[in-house]
Design a protein around this ligand. Structure first.
Ligand SMILES: O=C(O)CCC(=O)C(=O)O
Ligand SMILES: [Fe+2]
Length: 228
């Protein structure tokens, strides 16, 4: 698959090729299931995006680097701790290890979006009671910090959340505007796009509180332009 690395904000938006309603999509020999799709917002639930071994290896390499997650401070653009987000997390750099590189190439192929237009993979752990309250992933044009956050790469345009470990209960990714709950099952993933960075994108979402066990996810945020 070839990608163009132009620096323009074209009409194109990331997403899987769903033409022909495939039940499976093969990326470099790895077979991903298509479990559910939605048109508005453009949303897909995948099965087996990462294998169990890949999930476990990611968790093991992220674990020593976890710190309390922060949210973007709306006024200054700095990252701050906030009670709305009670996970622990860390970022890998793009292509940091051969495994990360392989997974990023798989994601780029699946979502047809150059990996240079993605942020580094973020890994989050939610223990019992931890959650991520409803939010949009794009930066709000009204916020003073947005210029800083979009200086490299422009706006966020899509989010891929991969479940690395299933909690025992709770921890769904919920979409309150559309009444959808995605179960956090290891190896599965949910992707959604928001070509317009407004609430009309219907992409408000949350990580519901984990009620038992630990939920681990990896998040890949896609940008309009080259980010790295
Ligand atoms: O934990 C979840 O299911 C949601 C995570 C999320 O919203 C994010 O990483 O942006
Ligand atoms: Fe989010």
């Amino acid at each position: 698959m070839t990608h163009t690395f132009d620096d323009t904000n074209g009409a194109a938006s990331p997403g899987p090729d769903l033409s022909g309603a495939p039940t499976q999509i093969s990326i470099d020999g790895h077979v991903v299931s298509v479990l559910a799709t939605l048109a508005e917002p453009a949303l897909t639930v995948f099965g087996n995006l990462f294998t169990r071994e890949e999930c476990e290896a990611l968790i093991a390499s992220a674990q020593p680097r976890l710190a309390r997650s922060r949210t973007v401070d709306r006024s200054g653009g700095t990252a701050v701790s906030h009670e709305s987000r009670t996970s622990d997390g860390m970022f890998f750099t793009l292509g940091e290890t051969p495994l990360i590189d392989k997974l990023e190439r798989r994601i780029a192929g699946l979502l047809r979006w150059p990996l240079e237009r993605g942020e580094g993979l973020q890994v989050l752990r939610y223990g019992p009671g931890a959650e991520y309250q409803p939010h949009y992933d794009f930066f709000d044009a009204q916020d003073a910090g947005t210029a800083t956050h979009t200086a490299a790469g422009g706006q966020r345009i899509g989010t891929l959340i991969i479940y690395l470990q299933s909690p025992i209960s709770g921890g769904a990714t919920t979409f309150p505007q559309i009444g959808l709950d995605v179960a956090p099952i290891q190896g599965n993933a949910v992707f959604f796009a928001y070509p317009q960075a407004t609430p009309a994108s219907l992409t408000l979402h949350a990580g519901a509180p984990v009620t038992a066990g630990e939920k681990w996810i990896a998040t890949k945020w896609l940008r309009v332009r080259r980010y790295a």
